[in-house]
Unconditional design. Structure first.
Length: 151
């Protein structure tokens, strides 16, 4: 007959093994929790950075829009000023206005019949064949004109 081998099993060893397994399980769970928390914190930081960069971009866009609006307003004002200056220039270029200013402010009058001098142009002055005669005659001609005008 065979005798069954008797195994001894101590309750104390089982309890110690269970405690060790539980401690090891707690350590693993704590490591997992730490990794999860770290991943959560890193993810939150990344999301924060992305949100801040988006907000900074929108702030820059808003600033540029304000600058564009200011420049548009300045452009409109300058165009109005240009139109006013063009209107003023047209009124100053008007020959009636120039004549009136000449008479009233400068005391100018139209010449009378005795103030008008008629000048006869000699054809030989404008002769291209003889340039020396032309130059001398031209100078003499203008001296005569100046003498007549100065009288």
């Amino acid at each position: 007959m065979l005798v069954a081998k008797k195994e001894e099993y101590y309750y104390g060893d089982y309890e110690i093994n269970q405690k060790k397994k539980a401690v090891n399980q707690k350590k693993k769970n704590m490591k997992k929790n730490m990794k999860n928390k770290l991943n959560l914190v890193v993810s939150a930081f990344i999301i924060l950075v992305v949100c801040l960069s988006v907000l900074i971009g929108y702030a820059h866009i808003t600033e540029m829009r304000l600058e564009i609006t200011k420049l548009d307003n300045q452009k409109v004002e300058l165009e109005k000023e240009k139109q006013e200056l063009l209107a003023k220039l047209d009124s100053l270029k008007n020959s009636d206005k120039i004549e009136e200013d000449a008479r009233l402010k400068l005391g100018m009058v139209y010449p009378t019949e005795d103030q008008i001098v008629y000048v006869d142009v000699n054809e030989e002055i404008f002769d291209e064949k003889n340039s020396e005669v032309k130059d001398v005659a031209f100078i003499d001609y203008f001296k005569n004109v100046l003498n007549i005008v100065s009288k």
